[in-house]
Design a protein around this ligand. Structure first.
Ligand code: AFP
Length: 281
Protein backbone atom coordinates (compact mmCIF):
# COMPACT_ATOMS: atom_id res chain seq x y z
CA UNK A 1 0.00 0.00 0.00
CA UNK A 2 1.51 3.37 -0.92
CA UNK A 3 1.27 6.52 1.16
CA UNK A 4 -1.86 7.78 -0.56
CA UNK A 5 -3.63 4.45 0.03
CA UNK A 6 -2.96 4.87 3.74
CA UNK A 7 -4.37 8.41 3.80
CA UNK A 8 -7.51 7.34 1.91
CA UNK A 9 -8.01 4.34 4.18
CA UNK A 10 -7.56 6.45 7.31
CA UNK A 11 -10.09 9.06 6.11
CA UNK A 12 -12.50 6.27 5.17
CA UNK A 13 -12.31 4.58 8.57
CA UNK A 14 -12.57 7.83 10.52
CA UNK A 15 -15.45 9.08 8.36
CA UNK A 16 -17.40 5.89 9.08
CA UNK A 17 -17.04 6.59 12.81
CA UNK A 18 -18.02 10.26 12.35
CA UNK A 19 -21.11 9.26 10.38
CA UNK A 20 -22.35 6.97 13.12
CA UNK A 21 -21.84 9.49 15.95
CA UNK A 22 -22.92 12.83 14.45
CA UNK A 23 -26.20 12.84 16.36
CA UNK A 24 -24.23 13.08 19.63
CA UNK A 25 -22.65 16.38 18.54
CA UNK A 26 -25.40 18.64 17.21
CA UNK A 27 -25.08 21.26 19.96
CA UNK A 28 -23.67 24.74 19.40
CA UNK A 29 -20.28 25.81 20.79
CA UNK A 30 -18.87 29.02 22.17
CA UNK A 31 -15.48 29.19 20.48
CA UNK A 32 -14.54 30.61 17.09
CA UNK A 33 -12.27 29.01 14.49
CA UNK A 34 -9.16 30.75 13.02
CA UNK A 35 -11.44 32.23 10.35
CA UNK A 36 -13.46 33.93 13.10
CA UNK A 37 -16.54 31.75 12.56
CA UNK A 38 -18.61 30.13 15.28
CA UNK A 39 -17.10 26.72 16.11
CA UNK A 40 -19.47 24.02 17.31
CA UNK A 41 -18.55 21.01 19.39
CA UNK A 42 -18.75 18.75 16.37
CA UNK A 43 -16.06 20.77 14.56
CA UNK A 44 -13.58 20.22 17.39
CA UNK A 45 -14.63 16.59 17.89
CA UNK A 46 -14.22 15.70 14.21
CA UNK A 47 -10.93 17.56 13.95
CA UNK A 48 -9.51 15.61 16.90
CA UNK A 49 -10.62 12.29 15.41
CA UNK A 50 -9.05 12.97 12.01
CA UNK A 51 -5.89 14.37 13.60
CA UNK A 52 -5.40 11.32 15.83
CA UNK A 53 -5.61 9.02 12.81
CA UNK A 54 -3.86 11.02 10.06
CA UNK A 55 -0.98 12.42 12.13
CA UNK A 56 0.12 8.84 12.97
CA UNK A 57 0.62 7.85 9.34
CA UNK A 58 4.21 7.57 8.06
CA UNK A 59 3.03 9.23 4.84
CA UNK A 60 1.81 12.38 6.64
CA UNK A 61 4.36 15.03 7.60
CA UNK A 62 2.01 17.94 8.37
CA UNK A 63 -1.61 18.34 9.48
CA UNK A 64 -3.47 21.57 8.75
CA UNK A 65 -7.10 22.12 9.69
CA UNK A 66 -9.77 24.77 9.27
CA UNK A 67 -10.17 24.43 13.04
CA UNK A 68 -6.50 25.04 13.96
CA UNK A 69 -4.48 28.25 13.65
CA UNK A 70 -1.24 26.62 12.55
CA UNK A 71 0.10 23.57 10.74
CA UNK A 72 1.00 20.69 13.09
CA UNK A 73 4.39 19.10 12.31
CA UNK A 74 4.03 15.31 12.07
CA UNK A 75 7.48 14.47 10.68
CA UNK A 76 8.11 13.82 6.98
CA UNK A 77 5.62 13.24 4.21
CA UNK A 78 2.56 14.82 2.63
CA UNK A 79 0.84 17.91 4.01
CA UNK A 80 -2.80 17.15 4.74
CA UNK A 81 -5.29 20.05 4.77
CA UNK A 82 -8.74 19.24 6.15
CA UNK A 83 -12.13 20.75 6.79
CA UNK A 84 -13.18 18.12 9.31
CA UNK A 85 -16.86 18.97 9.26
CA UNK A 86 -17.85 21.15 6.32
CA UNK A 87 -21.25 22.77 6.76
CA UNK A 88 -21.37 21.95 10.47
CA UNK A 89 -24.06 24.57 11.05
CA UNK A 90 -26.32 22.17 9.12
CA UNK A 91 -26.21 19.67 12.00
CA UNK A 92 -28.73 21.63 14.09
CA UNK A 93 -31.26 21.34 11.24
CA UNK A 94 -30.35 17.72 10.41
CA UNK A 95 -29.07 18.54 6.96
CA UNK A 96 -26.06 17.14 5.12
CA UNK A 97 -22.48 17.86 6.17
CA UNK A 98 -19.14 16.74 4.80
CA UNK A 99 -15.41 16.30 5.25
CA UNK A 100 -12.91 17.71 2.76
CA UNK A 101 -9.27 16.62 2.54
CA UNK A 102 -6.47 17.95 0.32
CA UNK A 103 -3.17 16.03 0.17
CA UNK A 104 -0.27 18.27 -0.83
CA UNK A 105 3.24 17.22 -1.83
CA UNK A 106 4.51 20.56 -0.48
CA UNK A 107 4.74 22.64 2.65
CA UNK A 108 1.68 24.81 3.31
CA UNK A 109 0.60 27.42 2.33
CA UNK A 110 0.70 26.08 -1.24
CA UNK A 111 -1.31 26.42 -4.44
CA UNK A 112 -3.67 23.59 -5.37
CA UNK A 113 -1.39 22.41 -8.20
CA UNK A 114 0.83 20.90 -5.45
CA UNK A 115 -1.94 18.42 -4.55
CA UNK A 116 -1.58 14.71 -5.27
CA UNK A 117 -5.05 13.76 -4.04
CA UNK A 118 -8.32 15.16 -2.75
CA UNK A 119 -11.14 13.47 -0.87
CA UNK A 120 -14.67 14.57 -0.09
CA UNK A 121 -16.97 12.67 2.28
CA UNK A 122 -20.71 13.39 2.18
CA UNK A 123 -22.73 12.52 5.30
CA UNK A 124 -26.18 12.43 3.71
CA UNK A 125 -29.01 9.90 3.86
CA UNK A 126 -26.05 7.54 3.42
CA UNK A 127 -22.33 8.25 3.56
CA UNK A 128 -20.17 8.34 0.45
CA UNK A 129 -16.53 9.21 -0.15
CA UNK A 130 -15.25 10.58 -3.47
CA UNK A 131 -11.52 10.29 -4.17
CA UNK A 132 -9.38 11.92 -6.88
CA UNK A 133 -5.69 10.99 -7.05
CA UNK A 134 -2.74 11.90 -9.28
CA UNK A 135 -1.97 8.17 -9.76
CA UNK A 136 -5.46 7.19 -10.98
CA UNK A 137 -7.93 8.54 -13.56
CA UNK A 138 -11.29 10.02 -12.69
CA UNK A 139 -13.09 10.23 -9.35
CA UNK A 140 -13.80 6.96 -7.55
CA UNK A 141 -16.76 6.94 -5.18
CA UNK A 142 -17.23 4.56 -2.25
CA UNK A 143 -20.20 3.76 0.00
CA UNK A 144 -19.13 3.81 3.66
CA UNK A 145 -21.16 1.34 5.67
CA UNK A 146 -20.70 0.25 9.31
CA UNK A 147 -17.62 -1.89 9.31
CA UNK A 148 -16.86 -1.91 5.61
CA UNK A 149 -16.86 0.13 2.40
CA UNK A 150 -17.75 -0.81 -1.13
CA UNK A 151 -17.05 0.78 -4.52
CA UNK A 152 -20.11 2.87 -5.38
CA UNK A 153 -19.05 4.01 -8.83
CA UNK A 154 -17.40 7.03 -10.40
CA UNK A 155 -18.24 10.74 -10.35
CA UNK A 156 -18.35 12.23 -13.83
CA UNK A 157 -20.07 15.56 -14.32
CA UNK A 158 -22.86 15.36 -16.93
CA UNK A 159 -22.43 17.50 -20.04
CA UNK A 160 -25.91 19.01 -19.64
CA UNK A 161 -26.28 21.46 -16.75
CA UNK A 162 -29.42 21.29 -14.61
CA UNK A 163 -28.79 22.90 -11.19
CA UNK A 164 -27.24 26.05 -9.75
CA UNK A 165 -26.41 27.06 -6.20
CA UNK A 166 -25.03 30.57 -5.65
CA UNK A 167 -24.39 31.69 -2.07
CA UNK A 168 -24.76 35.13 -0.58
CA UNK A 169 -27.49 37.71 -0.26
CA UNK A 170 -28.27 39.73 -3.39
CA UNK A 171 -27.83 42.83 -1.21
CA UNK A 172 -24.23 41.75 -0.54
CA UNK A 173 -23.23 40.60 -4.04
CA UNK A 174 -21.94 42.72 -6.94
CA UNK A 175 -24.32 43.83 -9.67
CA UNK A 176 -22.37 41.63 -12.11
CA UNK A 177 -22.85 38.61 -9.85
CA UNK A 178 -26.55 39.30 -9.42
CA UNK A 179 -26.97 39.67 -13.20
CA UNK A 180 -25.18 36.31 -13.61
CA UNK A 181 -27.47 34.75 -10.98
CA UNK A 182 -30.55 36.00 -12.87
CA UNK A 183 -29.23 34.45 -16.09
CA UNK A 184 -28.44 31.12 -14.46
CA UNK A 185 -31.68 30.96 -12.48
CA UNK A 186 -33.59 31.44 -15.73
CA UNK A 187 -32.45 28.08 -17.09
CA UNK A 188 -31.20 26.08 -14.09
CA UNK A 189 -32.98 24.76 -11.00
CA UNK A 190 -31.85 26.17 -7.61
CA UNK A 191 -29.99 23.75 -5.35
CA UNK A 192 -28.35 25.36 -2.28
CA UNK A 193 -28.07 23.65 1.07
CA UNK A 194 -25.35 25.43 3.05
CA UNK A 195 -22.66 22.73 2.90
CA UNK A 196 -20.31 22.89 -0.06
CA UNK A 197 -19.79 19.13 -0.27
CA UNK A 198 -23.54 18.45 -0.48
CA UNK A 199 -24.14 21.27 -2.95
CA UNK A 200 -21.20 20.20 -5.11
CA UNK A 201 -22.38 16.59 -5.14
CA UNK A 202 -25.65 17.88 -6.68
CA UNK A 203 -23.58 19.52 -9.42
CA UNK A 204 -21.52 16.37 -10.02
CA UNK A 205 -24.72 14.31 -10.25
CA UNK A 206 -26.93 16.63 -12.33
CA UNK A 207 -24.51 19.07 -13.97
CA UNK A 208 -24.47 22.77 -13.21
CA UNK A 209 -22.66 25.24 -10.99
CA UNK A 210 -21.94 25.90 -7.34
CA UNK A 211 -20.58 29.29 -6.34
CA UNK A 212 -19.65 31.29 -3.28
CA UNK A 213 -18.76 34.72 -4.70
CA UNK A 214 -17.12 37.69 -3.05
CA UNK A 215 -19.66 39.58 -0.92
CA UNK A 216 -19.56 42.70 1.22
CA UNK A 217 -19.44 40.41 4.28
CA UNK A 218 -16.71 38.20 2.73
CA UNK A 219 -14.84 40.40 0.21
CA UNK A 220 -12.49 37.46 -0.63
CA UNK A 221 -15.35 34.94 -0.63
CA UNK A 222 -16.14 32.75 2.39
CA UNK A 223 -14.52 29.47 1.38
CA UNK A 224 -10.92 28.66 2.34
CA UNK A 225 -8.39 27.87 -0.37
CA UNK A 226 -6.65 24.96 1.38
CA UNK A 227 -9.60 23.40 3.20
CA UNK A 228 -12.47 23.76 0.72
CA UNK A 229 -11.90 25.46 -2.64
CA UNK A 230 -8.69 23.86 -3.93
CA UNK A 231 -9.44 20.24 -2.88
CA UNK A 232 -12.94 20.46 -4.35
CA UNK A 233 -11.51 22.01 -7.53
CA UNK A 234 -9.11 19.06 -7.77
CA UNK A 235 -12.07 16.68 -7.59
CA UNK A 236 -14.20 18.64 -10.06
CA UNK A 237 -11.32 18.78 -12.59
CA UNK A 238 -10.89 15.00 -12.29
CA UNK A 239 -14.65 14.59 -12.81
CA UNK A 240 -14.53 16.51 -16.09
CA UNK A 241 -15.56 19.93 -14.79
CA UNK A 242 -13.68 23.15 -14.09
CA UNK A 243 -13.30 25.82 -11.42
CA UNK A 244 -12.54 29.51 -11.17
CA UNK A 245 -12.11 32.34 -8.68
CA UNK A 246 -13.51 34.59 -11.39
CA UNK A 247 -10.32 34.80 -13.43
CA UNK A 248 -8.30 31.57 -12.99
CA UNK A 249 -8.57 27.93 -11.94
CA UNK A 250 -8.83 27.56 -8.18
CA UNK A 251 -5.81 25.26 -8.44
CA UNK A 252 -3.73 28.26 -9.52
CA UNK A 253 -4.79 30.50 -6.62
CA UNK A 254 -1.65 31.24 -4.59
CA UNK A 255 -2.83 31.58 -0.97
CA UNK A 256 -1.10 34.26 1.13
CA UNK A 257 -1.75 32.34 4.33
CA UNK A 258 -3.06 29.06 5.73
CA UNK A 259 -6.60 30.39 6.19
CA UNK A 260 -6.75 32.45 2.98
CA UNK A 261 -10.17 32.65 1.36
CA UNK A 262 -11.17 32.87 -2.32
CA UNK A 263 -14.28 33.44 -4.41
CA UNK A 264 -15.19 29.92 -5.51
CA UNK A 265 -17.06 28.58 -8.53
CA UNK A 266 -17.19 24.87 -9.43
CA UNK A 267 -19.03 23.04 -12.21
CA UNK A 268 -19.41 22.54 -15.94
CA UNK A 269 -16.74 24.19 -18.09
CA UNK A 270 -19.25 26.17 -20.15
CA UNK A 271 -20.70 27.69 -16.97
CA UNK A 272 -17.25 28.49 -15.58
CA UNK A 273 -16.57 30.43 -18.79
CA UNK A 274 -19.91 32.24 -18.30
CA UNK A 275 -18.85 33.16 -14.75
CA UNK A 276 -15.46 34.52 -15.90
CA UNK A 277 -17.07 36.54 -18.68
CA UNK A 278 -19.74 37.92 -16.35
CA UNK A 279 -17.36 38.83 -13.52
CA UNK A 280 -14.50 40.22 -15.60
CA UNK A 281 -16.64 41.82 -18.32
P1 AFP B 1 -20.17 26.16 8.29
O1 AFP B 1 -19.17 25.04 8.36
O2 AFP B 1 -19.89 27.27 9.25
O3 AFP B 1 -21.58 25.68 8.33
O4 AFP B 1 -19.95 26.86 6.85
C1 AFP B 1 -20.12 26.04 5.75
C2 AFP B 1 -19.48 26.73 4.57
O5 AFP B 1 -18.13 26.99 4.82
C3 AFP B 1 -19.66 25.92 3.30
O6 AFP B 1 -19.68 24.54 3.51
C4 AFP B 1 -20.97 26.41 2.75
O7 AFP B 1 -21.03 26.32 1.34
C5 AFP B 1 -20.99 27.87 3.21
O8 AFP B 1 -20.15 27.96 4.35
C6 AFP B 1 -22.38 28.30 3.59
O9 AFP B 1 -22.28 29.67 3.92
P2 AFP B 1 -23.61 30.50 4.21
O10 AFP B 1 -24.10 30.03 5.56
O11 AFP B 1 -23.15 31.94 4.20
O12 AFP B 1 -24.59 30.19 3.12
Amino acid sequence: MNGLDGVVKSVQQTARYVASHLADHTGTGSETNPSGEAQIGADVWADRLFFEELSELDAVGAYASEERQDVVDCGRGYSVAIDPLDGSSNLASNNSVGTIVGVYDAELPAAGRAMVAAIMVLYGPYTTMAVARADTDGVGEFLLRDGFSERWGTCTIPETATVVGLAGKTSERSDACNALADELNHDLKPRYGGATVADLRQVLEYGGLFGYPATTTNPDGKLRVHFESAPLAYIVDAAGGRSTDGTQSLLDVDPDGLHARTPTFLGNGVLIEQVETALTG
